[in-house]
Design a protein around this ligand. Structure first.
Ligand code: EPU
Length: 426
């Protein structure tokens, strides 16, 4: 176990370069399963989740080569159809092999990943969508067993909610279905567009990704070919640096990022008093005073991203005034608030609302990260706390932020990664 020792009082200044999005590349790796042969993905972040996904693909029969920034996946003609629990439990995103496996093999047995620290994370929309395409699914002994012995048939799927994962699974299944599939109330995240772009390069017929209606014209199995694809930049990592710059009254230029994917979060920073300059292939955030409190309401894209909610709570803890933050996506995403309170933050939660009264300073303390984004939010809070903040369970943060400590230090922070001597840390 490792922990971060964060010294408070830094002002972040300089440049950071953003890698490809974790939440895209994991799905692109799954999409590679749809075509036999070598797929190359670039702009890949060096994070543990990529290793976990690679392990799962190897278990399914692929050869996977990982080099810095690149993943090469060699998909065999014959794939295994079973994704076992010991691989799936480490990475919820592994559920996205379900769609490609059913599409290619007519069957899939994928372990149920279970809930996690941010909420229950159901899969009903994934299976209901696949059922519309003709795949039966049963839950047995902790596995989803999906079967479509006669192949999938195009259909119209109305999602109850624009779920990112369900949209991706249904999209990947539909590219090999017989006939036309329409996904209505589809998720519109940039990662969906990235996946659709890669599928189109592979030979799939997909229109409308990035809107609420995606139309897929199925192509025969075997007609897709492997491809090379550059992963879309990680908007959540870029947004985290943007908040870090604003909170520390710093000046950070964020390269290899797409500000169009962050319009609402960046606009909130402007409301908080920051200067945001759009650049070619990035943006710059600077701030010369204490931020003003900003209300946030998380919603599916293009609404405010739930993955940036903890960072904006951190910003509000030291802002002038009070803010209301409403979390509409994950029911347990305020769990980390108690850790913020340990840093002296004044936050009250009621259901899916949190009210934060800004204070001039937080005060450093030991805190625990529950998930990737909460962990990043706590590190940001540590940067503006008086004294030292020790953030434990940083393996969560490492899942989403490659080289976080190194980048923080390059920008002028003082953060040390060290072994966690506390044997009782869970
Ligand atoms: N939901 C259901 N049933 C379903 C599918 C979803 O009830 O069949 C619920 C979920 O429980 C949740 C809500 O719908 O309450 C939204 O879930 P969604 O399917 O949109 O999210 P996801 O695909 O599980 C991805 C990201 C998350 C990100 C969300 C929302 C990946 C691997 N994960 O999750 O990222 O928060 O979309 O944008 O792509 C993170 O990176 O820290 C992270 C949690």
């Amino acid at each position: 176990m490792e922990r971060f020792r964060v010294m408070g009082g830094a002002r972040l200044a300089g440049e950071v370069r953003i890698d490809g999005a974790k939440n895209s590349v994991l799905k692109l790796m799954a999409a590679a399963l749809l075509a036999e042969g070598r797929t190359t993905l670039t702009n890949v972040p060096e994070i543990l989740d990529i290793d976990y996904m690679a392990a799962l693909l190897r278990r399914l029969g692929c050869e996977v080569e990982l080099t810095p920034g690149t993943v090469v996946i060699d998909v065999p003609a014959e794939l295994d159809h079973e994704a076992p629990y010991e691989l799936v439990r480490r990475l919820r995103a592994s559920i996205c092999v379900l769609g490609p496996l059913v599409a290619r093999l007519g069957q899939a047995k994928v372990a149920l990943p279970g809930g996690d620290a941010i909420g229950s994370r159901g899969l009903d929309m994934h299976t209901a969508g696949l059922a519309k395409l003709g795949a039966t699914s049963e839950s047995e002994h902790g596995y989803i067993i999906a079967s479509a012995p006669n192949g999938l048939k195009g259909a119209t799927v109305w999602l109850d909610f624009p779920s990112v994962g369900a949209t991706e699974n249904i999209l990947m299944a539909a590219v090999l279905a017989d006939g036309t599939t329409v996904i209505d109330n589809a998720a519109r995240e940039p990662e969906i567009v990235d996946l659709a772009d890669m599928l189109i390069q592979m030979g799939a017929k997909v229109a409308g990704a990035g809107t609420s209606t995606i139309e897929i014209e199925g192509v025969p199995a075997g007609s897709l070919s492997p491809t090379s694809h550059r992963t879309v930049p990680d908007r959540i990592v870029a947004g985290t640096w943007a908040v870090a710059a604003a909170m520390t009254r710093g000046d950070v230029t964020i390269r290899n990022a797409n500000p169009h994917h962050l319009e609402l979060p960046l606009d909130k920073l402007v409301t908080a008093g920051a200067d945001v300059e759009w650049l070619a292939g990035g943006f710059r955030v600077s701030m010369d005073r204490r931020p003003e409190a900003v209300d946030i309401m998380t919603l599916p894209y293009p609404g405010f991203p739930t993955d940036l909610q903890p960072a904006y709570i951190a910003l509000n803890t030291v802002a002038e005034g009070s803010a209301m933050v409403t979390e509409n996506i994950f029911e347990a995403r305020f769990m980390f608030v108690n850790e913020m309170v340990r840093l002296g933050a004044e936050i009250r939660t009621d259901g899916h609302h949190a009210v934060i009264r800004g204070r001039p300073h937080l005060s450093g303390a030991p805190v625990k990260s529950h998930d990737i984004r909460a962990g990043a939010g706590l590190v940001l809070a540590g940067l503006v706390a008086e004294g030292e903040t020790i953030v434990t369970d940083v393996h969560h943060i490492d899942r989403g932020y490659a080289g976080f400590v190194e980048q923080l230090n390059e920008l002028g922070a003082e953060v040390i990664r060290e072994p966690d001597p506390d044997l009782f840390t869970e």
